[in-house]
Design a protein around this ligand. Structure first.
Ligand code: SF4
Length: 345
């Protein structure tokens, strides 16, 4: 297999066999690649710490880093930590696919992810079941089945839609695999433990902070936020203050930037680069500082308060949208302090 294909798609089985080898134990592989084990653990920690990271560009380093990170995440088996990493990989894969012009590579990657595609002129045929399984992105008009051209059991997709479907297929498969129960032999356990302890502690620290907010539950969003999301879904042009509020709120309850970005999918003046820049700026992950969520008083003065829509708000007991969310979310559902933060749909 050509080196550049492996660099681009380090999860391809043929590439994994080339670098992992066949019949080699996990222990031997880790012993031989202790340098990469150290690098992978450091990369994971940086991701958990909210730092900007980039993956290695050298083929061997990229694939070994990918394999070892997957071993680490399977060993940790923590949904929260693996999701943070998988979101980064998903983004890198999407960017790569958008530039990919070789149909053989597209087919190999899709096949690996159980999506069998065919090219027809400049479009791609995706079986409807595969499309539906992976078109699960919140608020993405481009992935709604009603917006697709259908032909003989297939969605006739643009390259852009195909990239999104493959990206989601990768994410789903990756998250399933790293969260499966795997018994590690004691000698591997002893090897991995010192490298992963900092990552695990960081995850615990963030989770504890988020546990005070309860699981992500859109049904507990305050009316002011629900209104903004509703306006965005309808394609209305939400004010800058409204968007600012949305980003600070979602960031504070623990959504990573890529998840926040999905809420902007249908904004009319949608421009990916600017939106991403603004999110990074507001959440402090770019060069900006981390902004606080505006209070009810500020939102009221901006005409963004809809207190009459909810008895808790109109009771006058709420002075901050996060208090509303915390009260509703904790009131509705028990929160496990040790379990992962899960989405409640
Ligand atoms: S009272 Fe506060 S939480 Fe409720 S709608 Fe108004 S701004 Fe939002």
């Amino acid at each position: 297999m050509k080196e550049d294909v492996i660099e681009k798609y380090p999860f391809l089985r043929r590439g994994l066999i080339q670098y992992l080898g066949e019949g080699i134990s996990v222990k031997s592989f880790l012993e031989e690649n202790e340098y990469f084990l150290q690098k992978s653990a450091a990369l994971l920690y940086s991701i958990m710490n909210g730092e900007e990271v980039s993956f290695p560009i050298n083929g061997e380093e990229r694939v070994k880093n990918y394999i070892i990170t997957k071993i680490i995440l399977t060993y940790i088996r923590d949904y929260f930590i693996s999701a943070r990493y998988a979101i980064k990989e998903r983004k890198v894969l999407y960017d790569t696919l958008e530039k990919e012009s070789d149909i053989r590579n597209l087919k190999s990657v899709s096949h690996e992810l159980n999506v069998e595609i065919e090219k027809q002129d400049d479009r791609y045929l995706i079986p409807i079941p595969s499309f539906l399984r992976n078109a699960v992105v919140f608020n993405d008009k481009e992935l709604k089945l009603c917006n697709q051209e259908l032909r003989e059991g297939n969605v006739v997709a643009s390259k852009h839609v195909l990239s999104k479907i493959i990206r989601e297929a990768f994410y789903r498969k990756y998250m399933t695999e790293v969260n499966e129960v795997v018994e590690f032999p004691p000698d591997v356990d002893r090897m991995l433990k010192p490298y992963v302890s900092e990552v695990v502690s960081k995850g615990r620290e963030i989770r504890q902070e988020l546990a005070n907010m309860g699981p992500l539950n859109e049904k507990s969003f305050p009316p002011c936020l629900a209104e903004i999301i509703d306006q965005m879904k309808k394609g209305a042009n939400v004010s800058h203050a409204g968007r600012f509020f949305l980003v600070t709120f979602l960031h504070r309850i623990g959504l990573p930037n890529d998840e926040i970005y999905k809420y902007f999918g249908e904004v009319p003046d949608f421009a990916e680069r600017i939106t991403r820049y603004q999110i990074e700026h507001i959440t402090g992950t770019g060069r900006g500082r981390e902004y606080s969520v505006p209070s009810c008083q500020t939102l009221g003065s901006l005409g963004l308060c809809y207190k009459e829509r909810d008895p808790l708000c109109s009771s006058g007991k709420i002075s901050h949208p996060l208090s509303f969310y915390r009260t509703r979310n904790l009131g509705n559902r028990p929160v496990s302090k040790s379990g992962p933060v899960k989405r409640v749909d």
